[in-house]
Structure formats: structure tokens, C-alpha cells
Write a protein that binds this ligand. Structure first.
Ligand SMILES: [Zn+2]
Length: 258
């Protein structure tokens, strides 16, 4: 049996992408995490629901909307005695007019692999590689959101230094959007999630300060957990990066500390 022609073309394209990405991602993994220079991250906004309001919101975005992430990076790097004083520089890029392939529901390993390739192919077509080994591309899909319906799950990939973020196109959500963006950005440099299936911070790695005495209530959230525990069983969402920190475990994962 022969494959239909379009299928053959698609498979060859995917294989080609796979070869190129496999080659570059090894280099990216090394250079993005040696912290000799600032990690550049570009936000590419996407209108996820086609609403005019979302369009207006995207057009109102400026670099300044994300500069709090950069200041937060400086603050946290200093706490961990990183030699580099400005580890992160998040800036705004151009709006992208097409939608990224959405992550499959109930995906198995093959689905995830195929989605990953499609996503990277889509990213390459919309934001051609500039050859930089330390540039992170964060595709942020903005939506006004529907009541009682959570947005799709955001994700950050170390391979290819890319993130797909689902965020609200609402002024009052800017601070929380920045938490999600910072979270996915740290995934791209090796940080691992620190919450369980129900969203509760893992103990003790998901705590901002695991050696606090008494342990609860915690004052801040850990960036890879996102919630501030008030007891072993209760926690609430951090409102802004002001009350979010990088704990020792995450600092080691992203190679800030040994
Ligand atoms: Zn995560």
C-alpha cells in the first residue's frame, strides 16, 4: 500500500523539522541555562476568541506590561546570589494572526510527540528562527474567557525554548497573567511543576519557604506551585509576582545554584 502523496509530504516535512529541532535544542539547552547572559523572551500575542475587546486589549499591550517579570527575575536572582543581575528580559513581539495547534485531549505519548512537532512547525512558520540560542518564544493566546470555564492549560517546553500560554484579555488579570508567563518561562529552562492533580502545592517542594517555623501560613507562593498555603490542606492563588518566589529546589532546576 502506498501512502497518499500529501501524507508523504507531511511526513517528510515533520521528519525534516524533527532533525533540525533535535540538532538545535541540545545547544539551546546548554546556552539558555548557563546564565552568562540575559535570557531574552518574546511575547507573541494571539487573539484566541476573535473578540474585538481582545483585539483592543492586545493593541494596548506594551513592553511595560511585562517589565514586572524582569524586575521579579532580578529580585529572585539576587536572593540566590546569581552572578548575572538581570537574568530575564521579557519584551513584546508582534501579534500572530493564526492559532497554534491545540494540545490534544486525553493525549497519549504519540499524540504528544506529533502535537509537539506540529506546534514547533507552526512556531517556525510564524516566527522564523533568528539563530539565537537563548531566545524564548512565548505564544500568549488571549481570551476574554467564559464564566465558570477555565482556560486551556498553559505549557512551557524546554525543547525549542517555547511556551504556549492561555491568558485573559482583561486589565485586572495582568498581574496573574504575569505569574503564568513567568511560570511557563521557567519551564523552558528546566523548572518542574510543584503542585498535585488538584492544584495543591506539593509538600515540601512546592512551598516558598519550607523551613519556615511555624510552617503555616506561608507568606508567598513558589513560582512552580502558584498558590500560597495557609495550612496543609488549604491555599489560595497568589495575586501578583510580589508574593511569588523561586525556592531553592526550583533555583537548582534552572541552574541558578548547584
Ligand atoms: Zn507548569
Amino acid at each position: 500500500m502506498t501512502l497518499p502523496k500529501f501524507a508523504t509530504i507531511r511526513i517528510s516535512l515533520l521528519l525534516g523539522v524533527l532533525l533540525v529541532v533535535g540538532f538545535t535544542s541540545t545547544h539551546q539547552r546548554v546556552y539558555s541555562r548557563n546564565w552568562n547572559q540575559t535570557l531574552q523572551a518574546v511575547i507573541y500575542p494571539i487573539n484566541g476568541d476573535g473578540h474585538l475587546e481582545t483585539d483592543r486589549y492586545i493593541r494596548s499591550l506594551q513592553d511595560a506590561n511585562f517589565s514586572r517579570i524582569n524586575r521579579w527575575g532580578e529580585r529572585e536572582a539576587k536572593r540566590h546570589n546569581l552572578d548575572l543581575s538581570v537574568p530575564l528580559n521579557v519584551t513584546l513581539g508582534e501579534q500572530i494572526p493564526t492559532q497554534p495547534p491545540s494540545f490534544p485531549d486525553n493525549a497519549n505519548a504519540v499524540d504528544v510527540l506529533v502535537w509537539g512537532l506540529r506546534f514547533r512547525y507552526w512556531a517556525w512558520r510564524n516566527t522564523p528562527d533568528d539563530g539565537s540560542l537563548t531566545r524564548v518564544r512565548l505564544f500568549v493566546v488571549y481570551q476574554t474567557g467564559e464564566e465558570n470555564r477555565p482556560l486551556r492549560h498553559s505549557l512551557g517546553m524546554q525543547k525549542g525554548l517555547m511556551g504556549l500560554v492561555y491568558a485573559y484579555s482583561l486589565e485586572e488579570q495582568n498581574d496573574q497573567n504575569n505569574i503564568v508567563i513567568a511560570h511557563e518561562l521557567l519551564h523552558t529552562v528546566g523548572a518542574i511543576d510543584k503542585y498535585d492533580e488538584s492544584g495543591r502545592p506539593l509538600m515540601p517542594v512546592g512551598l516558598a519557604n519550607p523551613s519556615r517555623n511555624p510552617l503555616f501560613p506561608q507568606r508567598s507562593a513558589e513560582i512552580m506551585a502558584g498558590r500560597i498555603p495557609t495550612s496543609a490542606h488549604s491555599s489560595y492563588m497568589a495575586e501578583s509576582l510580589r508574593s511569588v518566589i523561586v525556592n531553592a529546589t526550583t533555583a537548582a532546576e534552572i541552574n541558578w545554584t548547584d
